[in-house]
Write a protein that binds this ligand. Structure first.
Ligand SMILES: *[C@@H]1O[C@H](CO)[C@@H](O)[C@H](O)[C@H]1NC(C)=O
Ligand SMILES: *[C@@H]1O[C@H](CO)[C@@H](O)[C@H](O)[C@H]1NC(C)=O
Ligand SMILES: *[C@@H]1O[C@H](CO)[C@@H](O)[C@H](O)[C@H]1NC(C)=O
Ligand SMILES: *[C@@H]1O[C@H](CO)[C@@H](O)[C@H](O)[C@H]1NC(C)=O
Ligand SMILES: *[C@@H]1O[C@H](CO)[C@@H](O)[C@H](O)[C@H]1NC(C)=O
Ligand SMILES: *[C@@H]1O[C@H](CO)[C@@H](O)[C@H](O)[C@H]1NC(C)=O
Ligand SMILES: *[C@@H]1O[C@H](CO)[C@@H](O)[C@H](O)[C@H]1NC(C)=O
Ligand SMILES: *[C@@H]1O[C@H](CO)[C@@H](O)[C@H](O)[C@H]1NC(C)=O
Ligand SMILES: *[C@@H]1O[C@H](CO)[C@@H](O)[C@H](O)[C@H]1NC(C)=O
Ligand SMILES: *[C@@H]1O[C@H](CO)[C@@H](O)[C@H](O)[C@H]1NC(C)=O
Ligand SMILES: *[C@@H]1O[C@H](CO)[C@@H](O)[C@H](O)[C@H]1NC(C)=O
Ligand SMILES: *[C@@H]1O[C@H](CO)[C@@H](O)[C@H](O)[C@H]1NC(C)=O
Length: 591
């Protein structure tokens, strides 16, 4: 029932997804909970993993053509993001969060496996000191990597797989080249105005590429991809993490970086291009594989395309076919071209325009045999493909996917922060957002079938009106929609409202999930989980003074999980979770 309603909606906006829907998924039941999870025990914190017999190869997630396999079954999942797991103040809280996620039948959590600091902090978790051209990891039992051990053990206990990111493209500081034009906005990490959120509150406050760039005295973001000293330092961290968890079956895969690209708040040199980013991926993926044969490696990029681009790894003929059904389903790899993208957009626009005319006949048109003609049209000039397709970010997801050591494709969907397609004047703002997401998902699904590797949507989210005050873009330290008064970071009523309603969010999420299922995605990970009733400690990211919408003095000693504008905590959480359930439930056995 739910499915057919969605097909109608998709039909109404001109997407023919039905043809790709493969009803066999329904009977394979790969989306349900892991089978090998330990029985649920009492919620006592698990200690760091004791030496256990090395698990059988089949208990690690692997790939077979465009599918994930684990324990000899297909594996598909609905997941959620919780970048802040390492910032929680107690092991009970980690247990509580992962237990709740598991209870809602979510099987994958994506989180940060890095927490870099330029100096040893007074409070809170940190994994690596990156300072003055050297690095060292923190092995302190309470504040360092042993905490990540416990996160992984508890994931195992709750039957959850972790997708672990090793660094972040984004680590802005207020004094980077961030414009100060939004003067009415709060600098969420500005020590000068005393408004700073505690470290680790925002997803871009865990260190990352620019933390290395600064500490090694380089002056461009792309030094991270090119400077031998910095590459070696990052490889060093990577070695320590992946070899530490090489035998853990609760690690779904390694994600090399969140959203890697040429630019950040520290700019790139003009020579940075897709070749730079692709070659770096090949090097790091190979490095990880050297120390960890058990786990898959993925990029973590936004999934941007580069049509008509020179390739390093991508071949335009299919790989030699193997006698497996997956291989025989593979299509020929057609290079993505600008011509094709613009043609497809033109056709899509024709359809939306026809629909619009049907519903509201335009005044300037003449009816000829039941068709409206000669209505004023917007000329589709050669507008270019936009940054999601032209390689200007330095990401060529197809070339990256062609790297042997990259096990599966990843992409993200954040319409508030990236433009995936030009706006269609025939659609409302919300429908443009919705449709751009559907197209983006469909295109990545097609790439997966073409390349014969699984494709996972590793983060998708929309900022709601309720969340607008706490929204801080990934590339920024500024909350553009927050009120400027210290201690009252509520929505600034003088600004035009920003964000979608909760109902629109749920509608978009439901349709995107359906499209992902229809397009053969192997997993979709919502951004981001929200959790209350956490241990609040002053000076940490879960502090008694932080509420859903910012820093507000409250008496409530119960902490809430950090958010950079996408949390589903609070009003609307049930319906948002319900939306995810809708997708999960379609794949339980005999549904
Ligand atoms: C989780 O899945 C089980 C088994 O399919 C189902 O009974 C339960 O209602 C689901 N939980 C939620 C919160 O939907
Ligand atoms: C880095 O060097 C500066 C200047 O010598 C020094 O003040 C600072 O403490 C050093 N930082 C660390 C973490 O060692
Ligand atoms: C590698 O990491 C170790 C442990 O943190 C550190 O002692 C060592 O200096 C690092 N080596 C390099 C080359 O950064
Ligand atoms: C670990 O860190 C905690 C908190 O900073 C500190 O109290 C403790 O002494 C450290 N342990 C060791 C062995 O250094
Ligand atoms: C962040 O990215 C957006 C585009 O998503 C851009 O408009 C904005 O200027 C960027 N902000 C900073 C501080 O770089
Ligand atoms: C932004 O404002 C801060 C604080 O007033 C100032 O220190 C900084 O130089 C400004 N940055 C730019 C790029 O203008
Ligand atoms: C890497 O960066 C460091 C620090 O900026 C610099 O000293 C070194 O020369 C750079 N190495 C290369 C190969 O560019
Ligand atoms: C992982 O298992 C291998 C045996 O296959 C063993 O040699 C290695 O020490 C184990 N690593 C860890 C971190 O437990
Ligand atoms: C900031 O911008 C200026 C000029 O636009 C440039 O010279 C400088 O290198 C930039 N700084 C960083 C940290 O990107
Ligand atoms: C990137 O730049 C290099 C030269 O700096 C060039 O050889 C290469 O073809 C470029 N890659 C792309 C995809 O344009
Ligand atoms: C816009 O999206 C809504 C919600 O999915 C849908 O009901 C409506 O038909 C769409 N409108 C247009 C013009 O496509
Ligand atoms: C560290 O925590 C203590 C006690 O919770 C607090 O008083 C102090 O201000 C915190 N330090 C920082 C730098 O936040």
């Amino acid at each position: 029932m739910f499915v057919s309603v969605v097909w109608l909606l998709l039909g109404a906006v001109g997407v023919s997804a039905t043809s790709q829907f493969d009803p066999r998924w329904k009977h394979e039941s790969p989306w349900n909970k892991r089978q090998d999870s330990a029985p649920v025990q009492d919620p006592t914190p698990v200690q760091a993993a004791a030496p256990t017999p090395v698990p059988d190869k089949s208990s690690f997630v692997s790939t077979e053509g465009p599918n994930f396999k684990v324990n000899n079954s297909n594996f598909k999942f609905i997941g959620t993001n919780a970048y802040w797991l390492s910032a929680l103040n107690s092991d009970e809280d980690i247990d509580h969060v992962l237990g709740n996620i598991s209870q809602s039948n979510i099987t994958v959590v994506r989180t940060w496996a890095f927490n870099d600091v330029p100096e040893i902090p007074e409070n809170g978790t940190w994994f690596q000191l990156v300072a003055n051209g050297t690095t060292s990891v923190n092995l302190n039992e309470t504040t360092g990597l042993p905490k990540l051990d416990r996160i992984i053990s508890m994931a195992q206990k709750h039957g959850i797989y972790l997708l672990l990111s090793l660094t972040n493209n984004w680590n802005p500081l207020p004094l980077d080249n961030v414009t100060n034009s939004t003067t009415s906005s709060i600098l969420r990490r500005d020590v000068l105005t005393n408004n700073s959120l505690p470290r680790n509150s925002l997803s871009n406050d865990y260190g990352g590429m620019d933390a290395y760039v600064r500490a090694f005295g380089a002056d461009s973001h792309d030094a991270f991809y090119l400077n031998e000293t910095i590459i070696t330092a990052f490889e060093n961290y990577t070695t320590q993490i992946v070899s530490r968890y090489v035998n853990s079956t609760s690690v779904l895969a390694w994600e090399i970086a969140n959203d890697p690209r040429c630019n950040s708040s520290i700019g790139a040199t003009p020579t940075c291009n897709t070749t730079t980013i692709t070659r770096w991926h090949a090097r790091i993926a190979q490095h990880i594989k050297k120390f960890d044969h058990n786990h898959l490696v993925s990029s973590g990029s936004q999934g941007f395309f580069c049509a008509d681009c020179p390739k390093v790894f991508q071949k335009t003929s299919p790989p030699p076919s193997r006698p497996s059904p997956a291989a025989s389903r593979r299509n020929k790899i057609e290079p993505l071209t600008k011509k094709r993208i613009l043609q497809e957009r033109k056709e899509a626009r024709k359809k939306t325009r026809a629909l619009k005319i049907q519903s509201e006949p335009p005044s300037g048109g003449v009816r000829v045999r039941g068709k409206w003609v000669a209505t004023p049209t917007r000329r589709q000039d050669d507008v270019g493909m936009g940054s999601a397709f032209d390689g200007s970010t330095g990401v060529d997801s197809e070339d990256i996917l062609s790297i042997d050591d990259i096990g599966f494709g990843s992409f993200q969907l954040f319409p508030d922060q990236n433009q995936y397609a030009p706006d269609d004047p025939n659609l409302s703002a919300f429908n443009n957002t919705l449709q751009a997401g559907l197209d983006w998902i469909k295109r990545h699904g097609e790439a997966g079938q073409m390349f014969g590797k699984p494709i996972t949507l590793t983060g998708f989210g929309l900022v709601t009106q309720d969340n607008a005050p706490s929204f801080v873009p990934f590339n920024s330290t500024v909350a553009p929609f927050a009120n400027d008064q210290i201690g009252n970071l509520t929505f600034n009523a003088t600004q035009s409202p920003f964000g979608v309603t909760d109902a629109q969010r749920d509608d978009a999420y439901a349709q995107w999930l359906q499209q992902g299922i229809a397009s053969g995605l192997t997993g979709m990970i919502q951004y981001q989980w929200g959790q209350g009733n956490l241990t609040a400690v002053d000076g940490t990211a879960i502090s008694p003074t932080i509420t859903e919408n910012g820093v507000v003095p409250v008496q409530d000693q119960n902490g809430i999980s950090p958010s950079d504008g996408y949390s589903i905590a609070g009003v609307g959480q049930e319906s948002a979770e319900g939306t995810l359930q809708g997708a999960i439930q379609q794949f339980v056995p005999d549904a």
